[in-house]
Design a protein around this ligand. Structure first.
Ligand code: NAP
Length: 302
């Protein structure tokens, strides 16, 4: 196997397990994170610590980013001591965060002028997928750059699809997020009705999950809702950000997205309660407030 030198920036819920997989596959990692504790954790696994994003990119063949939002990626790549000042011509920067497709196209142009390849390669599959290397990865950028980066992406994901020019990966991911949010909304409403009607919630999840009403959201987050487990695999504030991007794109394309607009408002309500850092399943709390009913195994009714 060819050992690659990889800079990795953003060691949050997703970045940490992804960086660990790359180390376990035998690659050399130089890591940077805003807070220091995750860096120390990765150093214990064999990574080297970098003092800035630019330093993480310096001498790296690939630099991977896993950050929250567009402004974070812009700052880390183009800002002071940014990746653009460290990345050498011929190297490849891969943004695996979920951000705006338009911002990706701008960053792509800035890096291309310096001879640095840039891919938008957002992922889906959650923290479990990040740990197990089973993510789905949707990639935008130059095809030959994608082919060069593909062996690295294979360490992180199972289904890797080249979507087209810069920004296409993010556009696909935003479509994915509309589907995620609306199927989560469906799962929440179904559980609310099941609870109010006094049905056995575990049986409801089991039987619905094996038929036409099944969804990843119901199967994976339904049990968490029933158990009142709101710890984040995927933070509500990040899905709210994705829906905001979807609505901005809808605005540009003059495309009505009524379902997206509705669930975006529900997430804004959750954030207004100060609960944006909970998992996305916590959006059920907003619906529970409207219904004045809490999803619970003990509620009778039917
Ligand atoms: N979690 C999921 O299931 C999932 C699945 C698919 C895609 N995504 C997407 O992947 C991205 C990362 O998600 P995550 O769940 O890993 O998020 P997270 O747990 O919030 O981690 C974000 C990381 O970015 C760092 N960071 C935040 N703002 C920064 C800034 N301005 N400059 C530099 N570093 C900054 C944070 O550093 P600190 O340690 O200092 O906070 C943290 O290490 C997001 O775009 C999300 O939408 C997430």
């Amino acid at each position: 196997m060819h050992v690659a030198r990889i800079g990795f920036i953003g060691l949050g819920l997703m970045g940490r397990p992804m960086a660990k997989r790359l180390l376990a596959a035998g690659h050399e990692l130089k890591v940077f994170n805003r807070s220091k504790a995750p860096v120390e954790e990765l150093v214990r696994h064999g990574a080297e610590a970098a003092g800035s994003p630019g330093e993480a990119a310096d001498k790296s063949d690939y630099t991977i980013l896993m950050l929250p939002d567009s402004k974070d990626v812009q700052g880390v790549v183009l800002g002071e001591k940014g990746v653009i000042y460290g990345a050498k011509p011929g190297s490849i920067v891969i943004d695996m965060s979920t951000i705006s497709p338009a911002v990706e196209r701008e960053i792509y142009k800035s890096l291309k002028q310096r001879g640095v390849g840039y891919l938008d390669a957002p992922v889906t599959g959650g923290t479990i997928g990040a740990e197990q290397g089973t993510l789905a990865i949707m990639v935008g950028g130059d095809y030959e750059v994608f082919k060069e980066a593909e062996p690295i992406l294979r360490v992180l994901g199972q289904r890797i699809v080249y979507m087209g020019p810069s920004g296409s990966g993010q556009m696909t991911k935003i479509c994915n997020q509309i589907s995620v949010a609306l199927s989560l909304f469906g799962a929440c409403e179904a559980l609310l009705l099941a609870s109010k009607a006094g049905l056995d919630l575990d049986k409801v999840i089991e039987v619905i999950s094996s038929g036409a009403g099944s969804s990843w959201q119901l199967a994976n987050l339904g049990p968490a809702i029933v158990n009142r487990d709101f710890r984040p695999g995927f933070k509500a504030e990040h899905l709210m950000k994705d829906l905001r991007i979807a609505l901005e794109i809808g605005q540009e394309l003059n495309l009505p997205l009524p379902g997206t607009a509705l669930i975006h408002q529900l997430f804004k309500s959750l954030a207004a309660r100060g609960e944006g850092a909970l998992g996305t399943q916590a959006v059920v709390k907003v619906l529970e407030d409207l219904a004045r009913h809490t999803v619970s195994r003990s509620s009778g009714g039917a």
